[in-house]
Design a binder for this molecule. Structure first.
Ligand code: SF4
Ligand code: SF4
Length: 465
C-alpha cells in the first residue's frame, strides 16, 4: 500500500476584510434604553469586537456576524434588522457567484470543508453539474469503513498512456515499452488563470504549492521566468504555435501542453525534441468539429488530451452545452472506438467547486485543471478590474510567496477531503475506478425524460380523429 497522501492545511488569515453577504443595521431612534441591550448578549461578541457603543446606530456589514439573528429577534422595539450587502451581491457573475466566491475564500483561509447542507433552502437541481446527483449509498447503509477508517482511499491518477500489457525478456526481466506515465496523488492540475493581478511571486507561490501537493502548475510559456525553472518538474509550459520559434527546451520538464491548431502535427514532433523527458499533452478547444479533431490527435500519437471549456463551464462556442455533457460525449466516443484506455482525458474550464472534480471524473475525465479557484483562494473578488489595468482591490500581486502557497494548499486540502467524502459515500476506494462510472450518478435530464417524457405523447394508433 502506498504511504497515505494527506494534505496538511493551516489557518491562513485574509489580508483584507472580506465582503460578507449581510450585516446588521440597528436604529437608535425609538430605543427603549433597556437595562441590558440585546447587542451586549451577542454570543459572538460582534458589537463588542467592533468597539461600538450599543447606543449607536450601527451598520455592521463585516465578517464578524454569524447570522444567528438572535439580536434581530430579541430587540423588543424591533430596531435591529439584517440587510443584504449590495457590494457582496455584485461580486462575480452568474457562473462565479458571490456564494461560490465566499466559499472558496473560506477554504483558502481554513483548509476546511464549508458546511452547506444543513437547512439547505435552494433548488435540488440546476444547470450543468448541478443536474448530477452522486450515489451516497454507503452513507445510508454502510458496509465498509468510513473514509477515516482502515481502508485507504486512493486519489492518485496516472497521466499518459498505460501499456496494454507487460513485456518480459527471456530472463524474465520486464522490458520497457516506451510508454511514459506521470502519477500525481490528486486528480487536479493547477494552472495560471487567464486574468488576475498576478505577479511573479504569485506564480512562485503556486509552484511551491504544486511541489508540496506533488502535482503540477500549467503556465503560459511566456510567463515562465528563469528562476522558476529550479522547479521545472512541477511546471507545465503551455505552448502555442507562435511560441515555437526560438523556444528553449528543458530536460527536467515532465509535461508540456500544446494548444492544438493546424500546425499541431509538426509542432508536437518539435516539442518532443525540445523536451525529451516530457509527456506532450494537447489542449483541444471545444469548438467546431472537436470530436473529429480529438480522433486526429490520437492518431498522431498523442496520449493526453485536455478538453478546454470556457471560463463559465460551457463547451466552447455553444452556451447551452455544459462541460459534463462534452466530457461524457468524448469519453464514450473513445470507448466506442476502443481507444479510451490508451490515453488520458483531462478537462478544464469553469470548475468552481470541489464536487466538480468528482463529477467530471464520473463523466469520463481522468483529472481536471483548476484555474480561477486558486486565484479566488487569494481573496480575488472576480471584479475583473485587473483586465482593465485598474488596481486590484485586494492587491493580490503584493502577496508573499509563502502566503500564496499556504492558501493554495488549503483550498486543495479542502477539495481533496471533499473528494474523499464523495468517494467514501459511494464506497469507491480508488479514484481511477470512478472514471466514467455513470451508474453511480443520476442525471436530472435523463430522469425527467424517463419519468415524465411520455406524458402527453400519443402512441401510434391511439390518435383521436
Ligand atoms: S445576528 Fe447574531 S451574531 Fe449577528 S450581531 Fe446579531 S446576535 Fe450577533
Ligand atoms: S480582485 Fe479583481 S482586480 Fe484583483 S485579481 Fe481578482 S479580478 Fe483582478
Amino acid at each position: 500500500m502506498p504511504s497515505k497522501y494527506v494534505i496538511h492545511t493551516k489557518q491562513t488569515d485574509h489580508r483584507f476584510e472580506p465582503l460578507t453577504k449581510s450585516g446588521v443595521i440597528a436604529w437608535e431612534e425609538g430605543c427603549l434604553k433597556c437595562p441590558v441591550c440585546v447587542k451586549k448578549e451577542c454570543v459572538y461578541g460582534v458589537y463588542e469586537k467592533r468597539q461600538l457603543s450599543p447606543g449607536q446606530m450601527i451598520d455592521s456589514i463585516d465578517n464578524k456576524c454569524q447570522n444567528c439573528l438572535r439580536c434581530v429577534q430579541n430587540c423588543p422595539a424591533q430596531l435591529i434588522q439584517k440587510s443584504i450587502n449590495p457590494e457582496f451581491m455584485e461580486m462575480g457573475d452568474t457562473h462565479w457567484t458571490p456564494d461560490i466566491i465566499a466559499r472558496l475564500w473560506y477554504q483558502g483561509e481554513t483548509g476546511k470543508i464549508p458546511v452547506s447542507g444543513a437547512g439547505y433552502p435552494g433548488p435540488f437541481s440546476g444547470p450543468g453539474f448541478d443536474s448530477m446527483w452522486t450515489d451516497m449509498s454507503e452513507i445510508v447503509r454502510p458496509t465498509r469503513d468510513g473514509i477515516h477508517g482502515r481502508e485507504y482511499i486512493s486519489t492518485g491518477v496516472d497521466i499518459g498512456s498505460t501499456p496494454r500489457n507487460l513485456l518480459f525478456d527471456k530472463e524474465g526481466r520486464m522490458v520497457k515499452n516506451g510508454s511514459a506515465i506521470l502519477d500525481i496523488p490528486l486528480p487536479v492540475i493547477m494552472r495560471v488563470p487567464d486574468f488576475g493581478a498576478i505577479s511573479d511571486n504569485t506564480i512562485k507561490g503556486w509552484i511551491s504549492a504544486a511541489k508540496r501537493l506533488e502535482t503540477l502548475l500549467a503556465i503560459p510559456v511566456k510567463r515562465i521566468m528563469p528562476d522558476f525553472l529550479k522547479l521545472s518538474g512541477h511546471i507545465i509550459p503551455v505552448i502555442s504555435s507562435t511560441d515555437i520559434d526560438g523556444l528553449n527546451g528543458d530536460e527536467h520538464t515532465r509535461m508540456v501542453e500544446y494548444i492544438w491548431d493546424e500546425n499541431g502535427l509538426r509542432n508536437m514532433a518539435k516539442l518532443k525534441e525540445l523536451f525529451p523527458s516530457a509527456l506532450v499533452s494537447v489542449r483541444l478547444n471545444l469548438k467546431g468539429e472537436y470530436q473529429k479533431e480529438a480522433l486526429k490527435i490520437i492518431e498522431a500519437g498523442c496520449s493526453i488530451i485536455n478538453l478546454e471549456g470556457s471560463y463559465n463551464g460551457r463547451a466552447g462556442d455553444d452556451a447551452s452545452r455544459y462541460m459534463k455533457d462534452t466530457i461524457r460525449e468524448i469519453h464514450l466516443l473513445l470507448v466506442n472506438e476502443g481507444l479510451r484506455d490508451e490515453l488520458t482525458l483531462l478537462a478544464s474550464g469553469g470548475f468552481s467547486m470541489a464536487e466538480h472534480v468528482a463529477k467530471s471524473i464520473l463523466c469520463g475525465a481522468d483529472a481536471v485543471y483548476v484555474d480561477f479557484p486558486i486565484l479566488i483562494a487569494l481573496e480575488c473578488r472576480m471584479c475583473r478590474r485587473c483586465e482593465k489595468r485598474l488596481p486590484c482591490p485586494v492587491e493580490i500581486e503584493k502577496a508573499s510567496i509563502n502566503w500564496v502557497a499556504a492558501r493554495t494548499i488549503n483550498i486543495m486540502g479542502a477539495w481533496h477531503n471533499q473528494l474523499l467524502e464523495v468517494m467514501g459515500a459511494m464506497g469507491i476506494r480508488d479514484v481511477r475506478r470512478l472514471r466514467g462510472e455513470v451508474g453511480r450518478a443520476m442525471f436530472f435530464e435523463e430522469l425527467d425524460e424517463n419519468i415524465f417524457g411520455s406524458l402527453n405523447r400519443i402512441e401510434e394508433g391511439f390518435e383521436l380523429d
